[in-house]
Ligand binder design. Structure first.
Ligand code: BES
Ligand code: MN
Ligand code: MN
Length: 461
Protein backbone atom coordinates (compact mmCIF):
# COMPACT_ATOMS: atom_id res chain seq x y z
CA UNK A 1 0.00 0.00 0.00
CA UNK A 2 1.20 3.53 -0.78
CA UNK A 3 2.58 5.77 1.94
CA UNK A 4 -0.38 8.20 1.85
CA UNK A 5 -2.94 5.41 2.22
CA UNK A 6 -1.00 3.86 5.10
CA UNK A 7 -0.74 7.29 6.72
CA UNK A 8 -4.51 7.76 6.42
CA UNK A 9 -5.25 4.40 8.00
CA UNK A 10 -2.71 4.88 10.79
CA UNK A 11 -4.03 8.27 11.89
CA UNK A 12 -7.79 7.72 11.99
CA UNK A 13 -7.87 8.25 15.77
CA UNK A 14 -6.30 11.69 15.53
CA UNK A 15 -8.46 12.64 12.52
CA UNK A 16 -11.57 11.77 14.53
CA UNK A 17 -10.40 13.90 17.43
CA UNK A 18 -9.73 16.81 15.11
CA UNK A 19 -13.12 16.39 13.47
CA UNK A 20 -14.68 16.44 16.95
CA UNK A 21 -12.96 19.77 17.66
CA UNK A 22 -14.36 21.11 14.40
CA UNK A 23 -17.86 19.84 15.24
CA UNK A 24 -17.77 21.52 18.66
CA UNK A 25 -17.80 24.93 16.97
CA UNK A 26 -21.44 26.03 16.49
CA UNK A 27 -20.87 27.72 13.11
CA UNK A 28 -24.52 28.45 12.39
CA UNK A 29 -24.45 30.83 9.45
CA UNK A 30 -28.13 31.75 9.58
CA UNK A 31 -28.08 33.08 13.15
CA UNK A 32 -26.30 36.41 13.78
CA UNK A 33 -25.76 35.38 17.43
CA UNK A 34 -23.19 32.87 16.17
CA UNK A 35 -21.11 35.21 14.00
CA UNK A 36 -18.03 34.81 16.23
CA UNK A 37 -18.35 31.04 16.16
CA UNK A 38 -18.47 31.11 12.38
CA UNK A 39 -15.21 33.10 12.44
CA UNK A 40 -13.74 30.50 14.82
CA UNK A 41 -14.66 27.74 12.39
CA UNK A 42 -12.98 29.63 9.53
CA UNK A 43 -9.81 29.90 11.63
CA UNK A 44 -10.06 26.22 12.47
CA UNK A 45 -10.20 25.33 8.77
CA UNK A 46 -7.31 27.67 7.98
CA UNK A 47 -5.20 26.00 10.71
CA UNK A 48 -6.05 22.60 9.34
CA UNK A 49 -4.95 23.64 5.86
CA UNK A 50 -1.73 25.16 7.23
CA UNK A 51 -0.92 22.07 9.28
CA UNK A 52 -1.62 19.83 6.32
CA UNK A 53 1.13 21.71 4.47
CA UNK A 54 -0.88 23.85 2.08
CA UNK A 55 0.47 27.17 0.86
CA UNK A 56 -1.03 30.67 0.74
CA UNK A 57 -3.69 29.87 3.30
CA UNK A 58 -5.90 32.91 3.79
CA UNK A 59 -9.16 33.81 5.46
CA UNK A 60 -10.99 36.10 3.08
CA UNK A 61 -13.44 38.33 4.89
CA UNK A 62 -16.64 39.19 3.02
CA UNK A 63 -19.73 41.23 3.80
CA UNK A 64 -20.95 38.07 5.51
CA UNK A 65 -18.98 35.05 6.69
CA UNK A 66 -15.40 34.39 5.52
CA UNK A 67 -14.10 32.16 2.75
CA UNK A 68 -11.00 30.05 3.48
CA UNK A 69 -8.46 29.44 0.72
CA UNK A 70 -5.30 27.36 0.46
CA UNK A 71 -3.34 25.73 -2.34
CA UNK A 72 -0.60 23.35 -3.33
CA UNK A 73 0.53 23.82 -6.89
CA UNK A 74 3.71 21.82 -7.12
CA UNK A 75 2.60 18.97 -9.36
CA UNK A 76 3.58 21.03 -12.37
CA UNK A 77 1.72 23.06 -14.96
CA UNK A 78 0.92 19.99 -17.08
CA UNK A 79 -1.01 18.34 -14.25
CA UNK A 80 -4.71 18.98 -13.55
CA UNK A 81 -5.73 21.69 -11.12
CA UNK A 82 -8.48 20.55 -8.80
CA UNK A 83 -10.53 23.09 -6.89
CA UNK A 84 -11.88 21.49 -3.73
CA UNK A 85 -15.05 23.11 -2.41
CA UNK A 86 -16.82 22.53 0.88
CA UNK A 87 -18.63 24.48 3.58
CA UNK A 88 -17.85 24.85 7.26
CA UNK A 89 -21.16 26.47 8.20
CA UNK A 90 -24.04 24.39 9.53
CA UNK A 91 -27.81 24.55 9.80
CA UNK A 92 -29.43 25.61 13.08
CA UNK A 93 -29.81 22.55 15.33
CA UNK A 94 -33.41 23.03 16.41
CA UNK A 95 -35.61 21.34 17.59
CA UNK A 96 -33.07 20.78 20.38
CA UNK A 97 -35.27 18.54 22.49
CA UNK A 98 -35.26 15.92 19.75
CA UNK A 99 -31.49 15.36 19.92
CA UNK A 100 -30.33 12.28 21.87
CA UNK A 101 -27.09 14.11 22.69
CA UNK A 102 -26.31 17.84 22.38
CA UNK A 103 -25.71 18.92 18.74
CA UNK A 104 -22.32 20.51 19.39
CA UNK A 105 -20.97 17.79 21.69
CA UNK A 106 -19.98 15.07 19.22
CA UNK A 107 -20.25 11.47 20.38
CA UNK A 108 -19.78 8.11 18.70
CA UNK A 109 -22.64 5.62 18.77
CA UNK A 110 -22.76 2.50 16.57
CA UNK A 111 -19.82 3.58 14.46
CA UNK A 112 -21.35 6.97 13.68
CA UNK A 113 -20.38 10.41 14.91
CA UNK A 114 -23.44 12.39 16.00
CA UNK A 115 -23.31 16.18 15.78
CA UNK A 116 -24.67 19.02 13.70
CA UNK A 117 -22.47 19.27 10.61
CA UNK A 118 -21.06 15.73 10.95
CA UNK A 119 -22.23 14.83 7.44
CA UNK A 120 -23.21 18.27 6.09
CA UNK A 121 -20.52 19.25 5.54
CA UNK A 122 -17.69 19.31 8.10
CA UNK A 123 -17.03 15.56 8.09
CA UNK A 124 -17.15 15.33 4.32
CA UNK A 125 -15.03 18.42 3.65
CA UNK A 126 -12.46 17.14 6.16
CA UNK A 127 -11.80 14.00 4.07
CA UNK A 128 -10.03 16.03 1.37
CA UNK A 129 -7.94 18.03 3.81
CA UNK A 130 -6.68 14.77 5.33
CA UNK A 131 -6.16 13.24 1.92
CA UNK A 132 -3.89 16.11 0.86
CA UNK A 133 -2.18 15.96 4.26
CA UNK A 134 -1.40 12.28 3.70
CA UNK A 135 0.70 13.14 0.63
CA UNK A 136 2.42 16.18 2.07
CA UNK A 137 3.28 14.56 5.42
CA UNK A 138 4.74 11.44 3.84
CA UNK A 139 6.78 13.46 1.36
CA UNK A 140 4.95 11.79 -1.48
CA UNK A 141 4.62 14.17 -4.42
CA UNK A 142 0.99 15.22 -4.73
CA UNK A 143 0.07 14.05 -8.26
CA UNK A 144 -2.26 17.00 -8.90
CA UNK A 145 -2.42 20.69 -8.14
CA UNK A 146 -5.05 21.53 -5.56
CA UNK A 147 -6.82 24.68 -4.46
CA UNK A 148 -9.18 24.68 -1.49
CA UNK A 149 -12.19 26.96 -1.16
CA UNK A 150 -14.17 26.31 1.99
CA UNK A 151 -17.00 28.75 2.61
CA UNK A 152 -19.18 29.70 5.57
CA UNK A 153 -22.43 30.66 3.85
CA UNK A 154 -23.60 27.61 1.91
CA UNK A 155 -26.57 27.05 4.18
CA UNK A 156 -27.77 30.60 3.56
CA UNK A 157 -27.40 30.53 -0.21
CA UNK A 158 -23.72 31.56 -0.67
CA UNK A 159 -24.54 35.26 -1.15
CA UNK A 160 -20.90 36.38 -1.03
CA UNK A 161 -19.29 33.49 -2.85
CA UNK A 162 -20.72 34.29 -6.29
CA UNK A 163 -19.18 37.79 -6.42
CA UNK A 164 -15.96 36.34 -4.94
CA UNK A 165 -15.73 33.77 -7.76
CA UNK A 166 -16.21 36.44 -10.38
CA UNK A 167 -13.60 38.68 -8.80
CA UNK A 168 -10.97 35.95 -8.35
CA UNK A 169 -11.47 33.97 -11.54
CA UNK A 170 -7.73 33.68 -12.24
CA UNK A 171 -6.80 32.73 -8.71
CA UNK A 172 -9.47 30.01 -8.72
CA UNK A 173 -8.87 28.79 -12.29
CA UNK A 174 -9.04 25.00 -12.40
CA UNK A 175 -9.69 21.95 -14.55
CA UNK A 176 -12.46 20.64 -12.34
CA UNK A 177 -14.15 21.17 -9.00
CA UNK A 178 -14.35 18.40 -6.42
CA UNK A 179 -17.19 18.53 -3.90
CA UNK A 180 -18.16 16.09 -1.16
CA UNK A 181 -21.47 17.47 0.07
CA UNK A 182 -24.00 14.96 -1.25
CA UNK A 183 -25.13 11.45 -0.40
CA UNK A 184 -24.39 7.99 -1.72
CA UNK A 185 -27.34 6.14 -3.21
CA UNK A 186 -27.35 3.65 -0.34
CA UNK A 187 -25.12 2.34 2.43
CA UNK A 188 -21.84 0.84 1.16
CA UNK A 189 -22.87 1.87 -2.36
CA UNK A 190 -20.39 4.28 -3.91
CA UNK A 191 -22.20 6.79 -6.09
CA UNK A 192 -21.47 9.77 -8.24
CA UNK A 193 -24.17 12.41 -8.19
CA UNK A 194 -24.57 13.81 -11.68
CA UNK A 195 -27.50 16.14 -11.10
CA UNK A 196 -28.71 18.54 -8.42
CA UNK A 197 -31.93 20.50 -8.33
CA UNK A 198 -32.15 24.27 -8.25
CA UNK A 199 -34.19 26.31 -5.83
CA UNK A 200 -36.60 29.22 -5.52
CA UNK A 201 -37.57 30.21 -2.00
CA UNK A 202 -40.20 32.76 -1.11
CA UNK A 203 -42.28 34.02 1.75
CA UNK A 204 -45.87 35.19 1.62
CA UNK A 205 -47.51 37.51 4.12
CA UNK A 206 -51.29 37.70 4.19
CA UNK A 207 -52.82 40.72 5.87
CA UNK A 208 -56.44 41.04 6.97
CA UNK A 209 -57.83 43.42 9.59
CA UNK A 210 -55.51 45.91 11.29
CA UNK A 211 -55.38 43.85 14.54
CA UNK A 212 -56.31 40.49 15.97
CA UNK A 213 -60.07 40.40 16.52
CA UNK A 214 -62.52 38.62 18.81
CA UNK A 215 -63.59 35.66 16.67
CA UNK A 216 -67.12 35.81 18.07
CA UNK A 217 -67.64 39.50 17.58
CA UNK A 218 -66.10 39.61 14.08
CA UNK A 219 -66.02 35.95 12.94
CA UNK A 220 -68.11 35.51 9.79
CA UNK A 221 -67.91 39.18 8.90
CA UNK A 222 -64.23 39.49 8.03
CA UNK A 223 -61.89 37.42 5.84
CA UNK A 224 -59.59 35.36 8.04
CA UNK A 225 -55.95 35.59 6.78
CA UNK A 226 -55.10 32.07 7.98
CA UNK A 227 -58.12 30.62 6.16
CA UNK A 228 -57.26 32.72 3.12
CA UNK A 229 -53.67 31.48 3.10
CA UNK A 230 -54.82 27.86 3.40
CA UNK A 231 -57.15 28.36 0.44
CA UNK A 232 -54.25 29.71 -1.59
CA UNK A 233 -51.89 26.92 -0.60
CA UNK A 234 -54.53 24.36 -1.50
CA UNK A 235 -54.53 25.76 -5.02
CA UNK A 236 -50.78 25.34 -5.56
CA UNK A 237 -51.12 21.66 -6.52
CA UNK A 238 -53.97 19.45 -7.60
CA UNK A 239 -54.82 16.20 -5.85
CA UNK A 240 -52.52 14.23 -8.18
CA UNK A 241 -49.53 16.32 -7.14
CA UNK A 242 -49.29 18.46 -10.29
CA UNK A 243 -48.25 22.05 -9.64
CA UNK A 244 -50.97 24.48 -10.76
CA UNK A 245 -48.83 27.61 -11.08
CA UNK A 246 -49.29 28.68 -14.73
CA UNK A 247 -46.11 28.09 -16.71
CA UNK A 248 -44.38 26.23 -13.88
CA UNK A 249 -43.42 23.32 -16.15
CA UNK A 250 -42.82 25.39 -19.32
CA UNK A 251 -39.02 25.28 -19.29
CA UNK A 252 -38.64 21.85 -17.68
CA UNK A 253 -36.25 19.67 -19.64
CA UNK A 254 -38.17 16.42 -20.05
CA UNK A 255 -36.65 13.11 -18.95
CA UNK A 256 -35.48 11.15 -21.97
CA UNK A 257 -36.38 7.50 -22.41
CA UNK A 258 -32.74 6.66 -21.80
CA UNK A 259 -32.75 8.54 -18.54
CA UNK A 260 -36.01 7.02 -17.36
CA UNK A 261 -34.48 3.61 -18.00
CA UNK A 262 -31.45 4.57 -15.95
CA UNK A 263 -33.75 5.68 -13.11
CA UNK A 264 -35.67 2.39 -13.28
CA UNK A 265 -32.42 0.40 -13.14
CA UNK A 266 -31.30 1.91 -9.82
CA UNK A 267 -31.70 -0.45 -6.86
CA UNK A 268 -34.49 1.48 -5.17
CA UNK A 269 -36.75 -0.21 -2.62
CA UNK A 270 -40.04 1.69 -2.30
CA UNK A 271 -41.21 -0.36 0.69
CA UNK A 272 -37.99 0.30 2.59
CA UNK A 273 -38.34 4.02 1.77
CA UNK A 274 -41.90 4.06 3.16
CA UNK A 275 -41.04 2.14 6.29
CA UNK A 276 -37.95 4.26 7.00
CA UNK A 277 -40.15 7.35 6.93
CA UNK A 278 -43.10 5.59 8.58
CA UNK A 279 -45.46 6.75 5.85
CA UNK A 280 -48.36 4.65 4.57
CA UNK A 281 -47.44 5.41 0.96
CA UNK A 282 -45.32 7.72 -1.15
CA UNK A 283 -46.93 10.69 -2.88
CA UNK A 284 -45.95 12.99 -5.72
CA UNK A 285 -46.55 14.17 -9.27
CA UNK A 286 -48.59 11.55 -11.08
CA UNK A 287 -46.87 9.73 -13.92
CA UNK A 288 -43.43 9.59 -12.27
CA UNK A 289 -41.57 7.24 -9.94
CA UNK A 290 -40.37 8.36 -6.52
CA UNK A 291 -36.76 8.68 -7.68
CA UNK A 292 -37.84 10.74 -10.68
CA UNK A 293 -40.05 12.92 -8.50
CA UNK A 294 -37.31 13.71 -6.00
CA UNK A 295 -34.53 14.51 -8.43
CA UNK A 296 -35.57 14.65 -12.08
CA UNK A 297 -38.80 16.60 -11.69
CA UNK A 298 -39.50 19.94 -10.01
CA UNK A 299 -41.42 20.10 -6.75
CA UNK A 300 -43.22 22.71 -4.67
CA UNK A 301 -43.53 22.62 -0.89
CA UNK A 302 -44.64 24.70 2.05
CA UNK A 303 -41.69 24.79 4.47
CA UNK A 304 -43.51 26.55 7.28
CA UNK A 305 -46.82 28.20 7.97
CA UNK A 306 -47.86 30.32 10.90
CA UNK A 307 -50.34 32.85 12.19
CA UNK A 308 -52.92 33.19 14.91
CA UNK A 309 -52.89 31.67 18.35
CA UNK A 310 -50.28 28.94 18.93
CA UNK A 311 -50.23 28.82 22.74
CA UNK A 312 -51.77 26.40 25.20
CA UNK A 313 -55.52 26.02 25.52
CA UNK A 314 -57.96 27.90 23.33
CA UNK A 315 -57.96 31.59 22.59
CA UNK A 316 -60.86 32.81 20.48
CA UNK A 317 -59.17 35.08 18.02
CA UNK A 318 -59.42 36.01 14.38
CA UNK A 319 -55.79 36.74 13.44
CA UNK A 320 -54.69 39.84 11.57
CA UNK A 321 -51.88 38.09 9.69
CA UNK A 322 -50.79 34.75 8.28
CA UNK A 323 -47.46 33.69 6.76
CA UNK A 324 -45.93 30.85 4.82
CA UNK A 325 -42.49 29.97 3.51
CA UNK A 326 -42.67 28.18 0.20
CA UNK A 327 -39.94 26.60 -1.91
CA UNK A 328 -39.74 25.07 -5.33
CA UNK A 329 -36.99 22.63 -6.30
CA UNK A 330 -36.09 23.17 -9.92
CA UNK A 331 -34.65 21.12 -12.75
CA UNK A 332 -32.66 22.24 -15.79
CA UNK A 333 -33.69 24.75 -17.57
CA UNK A 334 -36.03 26.40 -15.07
CA UNK A 335 -34.88 29.90 -14.14
CA UNK A 336 -35.19 30.59 -10.40
CA UNK A 337 -36.26 34.22 -10.93
CA UNK A 338 -38.82 33.33 -13.57
CA UNK A 339 -40.33 30.67 -11.33
CA UNK A 340 -40.42 33.14 -8.44
CA UNK A 341 -42.32 35.63 -10.60
CA UNK A 342 -44.76 32.95 -11.76
CA UNK A 343 -45.52 31.82 -8.22
CA UNK A 344 -45.79 35.41 -7.03
CA UNK A 345 -48.30 36.42 -9.68
CA UNK A 346 -50.31 33.22 -9.21
CA UNK A 347 -50.52 33.93 -5.46
CA UNK A 348 -51.82 37.43 -6.22
CA UNK A 349 -54.30 36.00 -8.68
CA UNK A 350 -55.74 33.43 -6.24
CA UNK A 351 -55.73 35.60 -3.12
CA UNK A 352 -59.34 35.59 -1.88
CA UNK A 353 -61.24 38.86 -1.31
CA UNK A 354 -60.79 40.73 1.95
CA UNK A 355 -57.00 40.33 2.38
CA UNK A 356 -53.88 41.77 0.81
CA UNK A 357 -50.74 39.78 0.20
CA UNK A 358 -47.06 40.54 -0.01
CA UNK A 359 -44.53 38.10 -1.49
CA UNK A 360 -40.77 38.34 -0.89
CA UNK A 361 -37.96 36.37 -2.45
CA UNK A 362 -35.24 34.54 -0.55
CA UNK A 363 -32.16 32.88 -2.03
CA UNK A 364 -32.35 30.66 -5.08
CA UNK A 365 -30.10 28.72 -7.39
CA UNK A 366 -29.87 26.86 -10.66
CA UNK A 367 -30.08 23.12 -11.17
CA UNK A 368 -27.08 21.27 -12.59
CA UNK A 369 -26.51 18.22 -14.74
CA UNK A 370 -22.95 16.97 -15.08
CA UNK A 371 -21.64 15.53 -18.33
CA UNK A 372 -21.20 11.82 -17.65
CA UNK A 373 -18.40 11.57 -20.22
CA UNK A 374 -16.09 13.94 -18.33
CA UNK A 375 -12.80 12.16 -17.55
CA UNK A 376 -12.77 13.43 -13.98
CA UNK A 377 -16.02 11.60 -13.31
CA UNK A 378 -14.54 8.38 -14.62
CA UNK A 379 -11.48 8.78 -12.42
CA UNK A 380 -13.72 9.45 -9.42
CA UNK A 381 -15.73 6.31 -10.17
CA UNK A 382 -12.54 4.25 -10.43
CA UNK A 383 -11.28 5.57 -7.09
CA UNK A 384 -14.65 4.84 -5.45
CA UNK A 385 -14.68 1.33 -6.87
CA UNK A 386 -11.20 0.55 -5.57
CA UNK A 387 -11.95 1.69 -2.06
CA UNK A 388 -15.53 0.41 -1.67
CA UNK A 389 -14.89 -2.73 -3.75
CA UNK A 390 -18.22 -2.27 -5.44
CA UNK A 391 -19.64 -1.02 -8.75
CA UNK A 392 -20.36 2.72 -8.72
CA UNK A 393 -23.86 4.05 -9.33
CA UNK A 394 -24.66 7.30 -11.10
CA UNK A 395 -27.71 9.11 -9.79
CA UNK A 396 -29.28 12.54 -9.70
CA UNK A 397 -30.17 14.06 -6.34
CA UNK A 398 -32.90 16.38 -5.19
CA UNK A 399 -30.96 18.74 -2.94
CA UNK A 400 -29.24 21.93 -4.07
CA UNK A 401 -25.74 23.34 -3.99
CA UNK A 402 -26.34 26.57 -5.88
CA UNK A 403 -22.65 27.45 -6.28
CA UNK A 404 -22.07 24.40 -8.49
CA UNK A 405 -23.86 26.09 -11.40
CA UNK A 406 -21.64 29.14 -10.87
CA UNK A 407 -18.48 27.02 -10.99
CA UNK A 408 -19.49 26.02 -14.46
CA UNK A 409 -20.71 29.47 -15.52
CA UNK A 410 -17.90 31.55 -14.01
CA UNK A 411 -14.90 29.20 -14.01
CA UNK A 412 -15.99 26.98 -16.88
CA UNK A 413 -15.29 23.96 -14.69
CA UNK A 414 -17.21 20.72 -14.30
CA UNK A 415 -17.97 19.66 -10.74
CA UNK A 416 -17.48 16.12 -9.50
CA UNK A 417 -19.99 15.39 -6.75
CA UNK A 418 -18.20 12.72 -4.73
CA UNK A 419 -20.57 12.33 -1.79
CA UNK A 420 -19.75 10.16 1.21
CA UNK A 421 -22.94 10.87 3.16
CA UNK A 422 -26.19 8.95 3.23
CA UNK A 423 -29.76 10.22 2.85
CA UNK A 424 -30.39 8.69 6.27
CA UNK A 425 -27.70 10.88 7.93
CA UNK A 426 -30.44 13.26 9.13
CA UNK A 427 -28.78 16.35 7.72
CA UNK A 428 -30.69 19.53 8.70
CA UNK A 429 -32.58 17.32 11.21
CA UNK A 430 -32.04 16.30 14.83
CA UNK A 431 -29.37 13.62 15.42
CA UNK A 432 -27.34 14.33 12.31
CA UNK A 433 -24.56 11.77 11.99
CA UNK A 434 -21.81 10.52 9.72
CA UNK A 435 -20.56 6.94 9.48
CA UNK A 436 -16.93 6.76 10.59
CA UNK A 437 -16.37 4.02 8.00
CA UNK A 438 -17.30 6.55 5.31
CA UNK A 439 -15.15 9.22 6.94
CA UNK A 440 -12.20 6.86 6.46
CA UNK A 441 -13.23 5.51 3.06
CA UNK A 442 -13.83 9.10 1.95
CA UNK A 443 -10.22 10.03 2.71
CA UNK A 444 -8.95 6.94 0.91
CA UNK A 445 -11.18 7.59 -2.10
CA UNK A 446 -9.98 11.19 -2.30
CA UNK A 447 -6.33 10.08 -2.11
CA UNK A 448 -6.84 7.46 -4.83
CA UNK A 449 -8.67 9.98 -6.99
CA UNK A 450 -5.68 12.34 -6.93
CA UNK A 451 -3.50 9.47 -8.08
CA UNK A 452 -5.81 8.30 -10.86
CA UNK A 453 -7.18 11.45 -12.42
CA UNK A 454 -4.24 12.30 -14.67
CA UNK A 455 -4.26 8.87 -16.33
CA UNK A 456 -7.94 9.29 -17.21
CA UNK A 457 -7.20 12.58 -18.87
CA UNK A 458 -4.50 10.90 -20.94
CA UNK A 459 -6.91 8.13 -21.93
CA UNK A 460 -9.22 10.72 -23.28
CA UNK A 461 -6.79 12.57 -25.52
N1 BES B 1 -25.32 19.46 1.23
C1 BES B 1 -26.60 20.04 1.01
C2 BES B 1 -27.18 19.73 -0.35
C3 BES B 1 -27.47 18.28 -0.62
C4 BES B 1 -27.79 17.39 0.37
C5 BES B 1 -27.41 17.82 -1.92
C6 BES B 1 -28.03 16.07 0.08
C7 BES B 1 -27.67 16.52 -2.22
C8 BES B 1 -27.97 15.64 -1.19
C9 BES B 1 -26.48 21.54 1.18
O1 BES B 1 -25.74 21.88 2.33
C10 BES B 1 -27.84 22.13 1.37
O2 BES B 1 -28.45 21.87 2.37
N2 BES B 1 -28.31 22.94 0.41
C11 BES B 1 -29.53 23.66 0.55
C12 BES B 1 -29.58 24.83 -0.38
C13 BES B 1 -29.18 26.14 0.21
C14 BES B 1 -29.45 27.25 -0.77
C15 BES B 1 -29.79 26.44 1.53
C16 BES B 1 -30.71 22.79 0.22
O3 BES B 1 -30.63 21.91 -0.64
O4 BES B 1 -31.76 23.03 0.84
MN1 MN C 1 -24.01 20.81 2.47
MN1 MN D 1 -27.08 21.65 4.09
Amino acid sequence: MSAPLTYLQDHQGRFQEELFDFLRIPSISADPDYTDNVQDAARFVANQLENAGLHNVTIEQTDGHPIVLGEHLEAGPDKPVILIYGHYDVQPPDPLEQWSSPPFEPVIRDGKVYARGASDDKGQAFTHIKSVESYLKTNTPLPVNVKFIIEGEEEIGSPNLVPFLKKHKERLACDMVLVSDTAMFAKDTPSITYGLRGLTYLEVEVTGPNRDLHSGVYGGGVQNPVNALCEMIAKLKDETGIVQVPGFYDAVRPLSEKERKAYAALPFDQDAYNSQLEIPEAFGESGYSTLERVSGRPSLDVNGIWGGYQGKGAKTVLPAKAYAKISARLVPDQEPIEIFKKIESYLHQIAPPGVSIHVTEHHGGHAVLVDLDFYGLKAAAAAFKEVYQKEVLFAREGGSIPIVADFSKTLGATTILMGFGLNTDSIHSPNEHFHLADFERGMLTSARFFDLVESYRKDES
